[in-house]
Design a protein around this ligand. Structure first.
Ligand code: ADP
Ligand code: MG
Length: 235
C-alpha cells in the first residue's frame, strides 16, 4: 500500500480533519503505525480534535527551520502520533511550505501510514502536499457545490504530478443524496467509502477525542473502521 496520503478537498468544512483523525486512529487501533500531520497551515485545527496543546513546538517551527520534525511529533495513543501546526499569524508568516517534503520523508521512514490534513482551496501550500503525497484521498460531501469544487482539486493533483486514490463521501444521508456511485463516476475516481451524517462527529470535536474512540459503536465510526480496513486490504 501507499504510505503518504494527502486528505484534500476543494471546498472547506467537508470533513478532511475528521477523516484524517479517524482514519488514522482506526488504522492505529488495527496495529498500524500512523502519523497524522496538520498541513492546513493557515487554518490549523487538528490539535483540538485530539486535545493537543499547540503552544509547544509545531510544524511551523519545522517549516521555519527552527526545529526537527521529531520535536514537533506528539504521541496520541498506541501506534499514533500527531504533528500539529501553530495558530499565530506572525509565526505562520515565517513558515515556508517547501520544507514539508523533507519533513514528510522523515515521517515516511518511521510510520506505516502518514496522513496530511491539507487545507481547502488552491493556494500554493494546499497544492504542494498533493504532489508530494503518494496518493490523494479526495473528501467531499454529496452537495453539488462541494462535488463541483472537487474537480479543481483533481486537476491540481494532476498538474502537480500527484495521483488520486479515490473519493470519500462524508455526511451522507440514507436518502436525498445524489447516488454516491454517480458522484464518483462523474469525478472519474473510485469511491473509497461513505461516512454517514452522525451528530457524534461534532460532539467528539468538543470532547477533543477521536470519534472512533468517543463513540466507537456509532455509524460514522463503523464507516471509518471499514475505510481503514479497505485501505490496508487494497492497493
Ligand atoms: P474540514 O477539515 O474539511 O474543514 P472538518 O473535519 O473540520 O472539515 O468537519 C467540518 C464540520 O463537519 C465539523 O463540525 C465536523 O464535526 C462536521 N462533520 C464531519 N464529519 C461529519 C459527519 N460524518 N457527520 C456529521 N458531522 C460531521
Ligand atoms: Mg480541517
Amino acid at each position: 500500500h501507499e504510505t503518504v496520503y494527502a486528505i484534500a478537498s476543494g471546498k472547506g468544512g467537508v470533513g478532511k480533519t475528521t477523516t484524517t483523525v479517524n482514519l488514522g486512529t482506526a488504522l492505529a487501533e488495527a496495529g498500524e503505525r500512523v502519523a497524522i500531520v496538520d498541513a492546513d497551515l493557515g487554518m490549523a485545527n487538528l490539535a483540538g480534535f485530539v486535545s493537543l496543546s499547540p503552544d509547544s513546538t509545531t510544524l511551523y517551527d519545522v517549516l521555519a527551520g527552527d526545529a526537527s520534525i521529531d520535536d514537533a511529533t506528539y504521541r496520541l495513543a498506541d501506534n499514533i502520533v500527531a504533528v500539529p501546526s501553530g495558530t499565530s499569524l506572525d509565526e505562520y508568516a515565517e513558515t515556508s511550505p517547501e520544507g514539508l517534503r523533507e519533513a514528510v520523508d522523515e515521517l515516511r521512514s518511521q510510520f506505516d501510514y502518514v496522513f496530511l490534513d491539507v487545507g481547502a482551496g488552491i493556494s500554493h501550500e494546499t497544492v504542494l502536499p498533493l504532489g508530494l503525497a503518494d496518493a490523494v484521498i479526495l473528501v467531499s460531501t454529496p452537495e453539488p457545490a462541494a462535488v463541483h469544487d472537487s474537480t479543481k482539486t483533481l486537476e491540481l493533483t494532476d498538474r502537480s504530478g500527484g495521483s488520486v486514490a479515490g473519493l470519500v463521501l462524508t455526511r451522507t444521508r440514507p436518502d436525498g443524496d445524489i447516488s454516491h456511485e454517480e458522484i464518483a463516476d462523474r469525478l472519474e475516481v473510485p469511491l473509497l467509502g461513505t461516512i454517514p451524517e452522525d451528530p457524534a462527529a461534532r460532539d467528539s470535536v468538543y470532547a477533543g477525542t477521536p470519534l472512533v474512540v468517543f463513540e466507537p459503536d456509532g455509524p460514522a465510526s463503523a464507516a471509518y473502521r471499514r475505510l481503514a480496513a479497505d485501505l490496508t486490504g487494497v492497493d
